[in-house]
Design a protein around this ligand. Structure first.
Ligand SMILES: [Zn+2]
Length: 448
């Protein structure tokens, strides 16, 4: 006997024996009780990480049920992991001094495909070496033709049932990653930023984002706020950094009279609440920040009659990054005597990208959404009736809470690597809801 345990001598022999004798390759046997688990498919973009060791729990359950005579299936698969994979690939490109913009869509797609093909094999070997009792014979990959077809069919079904729609909404956009994200992919942090009190005609407004005020469309106050009652519905003339503007004062219950001065500028293109409020009052959505996170003053620079002073200012701001432009604007507000005061200790919650920690920019984009409420309500009913059982039991309440809070889901991503949304007028957008189709894909067979 060897004085030291040598895994290479023992383990490969045993796992090869398991594979050769097809112990874990499930055979359909109606007489036996079925027990199946779909392996949460690991991302096909590299090697396994330590977290994958948690598959051990599934392995234990599978082996237990196999030993008591159940018919078991632990289905192996890999996830193309659209955005994740594209980012890993882009990192590699950067190492070679290249970027994704050096290639056209088709070439880039092909390159990522090959990159993934290599890492997929690597991961499978690792899982085998770990001795997991997976059924390798039924391997699924989320980019398999058959899976793509099921995803398309699912999309079509949802569309026919009126559960998919395309609309312009304010979405979470990371200007660094160049894509929108769903609400689940945004992290929130508490941050201190200066709160600027700006003279706004006869009022003073408080804002952390003076750079968006060029596209304000209205002023809103709480209808119960006595201070502003006389101004309701009136048009007010306001001195701005690019010359005087006129704005209407509207009343809305949503305005918090205790925040700042109780009067709010409405910028539908850059704030989710303002967007909703703007929809209620039919206000236009006019963005001033681009998808690259830069200021866009082209709408002003196109105006031929603009005074030279204001034109110079707009030219100065044009194309600058948001934070940089903000500094310049604060200086100009001071120069014009429009900055009343600055509260340096204002703390607020902001959304940041879960990938690169950049500040998420709410931007108006036309995207595909899934109408979640009917689906979540149905799922909730099944959980409540215990047709879907939750273990441990205390998580049932939490699951119901999550289902209760679901809002419509943005499934569009502006990436190359993934399955295209099957709609002609939306060629440039990629969708991401493949992940949510996993369970459906493994039980359903695509139409030939
Ligand atoms: Zn990002």
């Amino acid at each position: 006997m060897e004085p030291k345990f040598k895994p290479s001598l023992v383990e490969t022999k045993i796992s090869s024996f398991w594979e050769a004798s097809k112990i874990f390759a499930s055979k359909v046997d109606a007489a036996k009780k079925p027990f199946s688990i779909v392996l949460p498919p690991p991302n096909a973009n590299g090697s396994l990480h330590l977290g994958h060791a948690l598959f051990v729990f599934e392995d234990v359950m599978i082996r237990y049920h196999l030993m008591i005579g159940d018919q078991v299936l632990w289905l192996y698969g890999t996830d193309h992991a659209g955005i994740e994979t594209q980012f890993v690939f882009e990192k590699q490109l950067r190492k070679d001094g290249k970027s994704r913009f050096d290639f056209d869509r088709e070439t880039l797609f092909k390159m990522i495909w090959e990159f993934v093909e290599n890492s997929r094999g690597q991961m499978k070997t690792q899982l085998k070496r770990l001795g997991f009792g997976l059924d390798w014979s039924r391997e699924k990959y989320t980019m398999d033709k058959e899976i793509v077809q099921i995803v398309y069919q699912t999309f079509q079904r949802l569309f026919e049932k009126g559960l998919v729609y395309r609309a312009e909404k304010l979405v979470n956009y990371c200007t660094r990653c160049g894509t929108s994200f769903s609400d689940f992919e945004v992290n929130y942090i508490e941050r201190q930023d200066p709160l600027y009190f700006i003279k706004y005609g006869p009022f003073t407004i408080a804002t952390v984002r003076p750079e968006t005020k060029f596209r304000d469309t209205a002023l809103a106050v709480n209808p119960k706020d006595k201070r502003y009652r006389e101004f309701l519905g009136k048009k007010i003339k306001i001195a701005g950094l690019l010359g005087p503007i006129t704005m209407t004062v509207i009343a809305d219950e949503e305005v918090d009279p205790k925040f700042g001065t109780g009067i709010m500028k409405v910028t539908p293109a850059h704030d989710p609440h303002d967007f909703e409020l703007g929809k209620r009052y039919g206000l236009p959505v006019t963005p001033i920040i681009t998808k690259q996170g830069k200021m866009d003053f082209s709408w002003f620079l196109e105006e031929k009659n603009a005074a030279a002073k204001y034109r110079l200012r707009a030219e100065k701001y044009q194309g600058k990054k948001v934070a940089e432009a903000r500094k310049l604007m604060v200086e100009d507000l001071k120069e014009d005597g429009l900055l009343v005061k600055t509260d340096e200790s204002y703390s607020h919650r902001i959304g940041v990208c879960y990938r690169c920690a950049s500040v998420i920019e709410p931007l108006p984009l036309t995207q595909w959404f899934i109408k979640i409420r009917p689906l979540a309500d149905q799922a909730k009913k099944l959980v409540e009736q215990e047709k879907i059982k939750v273990y441990p039991k205390r998580f049932k309440r939490r699951l119901i809470q999550i289902l209760d809070n679901f809002i419509d889901w943005n499934i569009s991503r502006q990436i190359v690597w993934g399955i295209r949304i099957p709609a002609y007028f939306c060629q440039s957008t990629k969708q991401w809801f493949v992940s949510s189709c996993t369970a459906w894909c493994v039980i359903k067979k695509g139409k030939k």
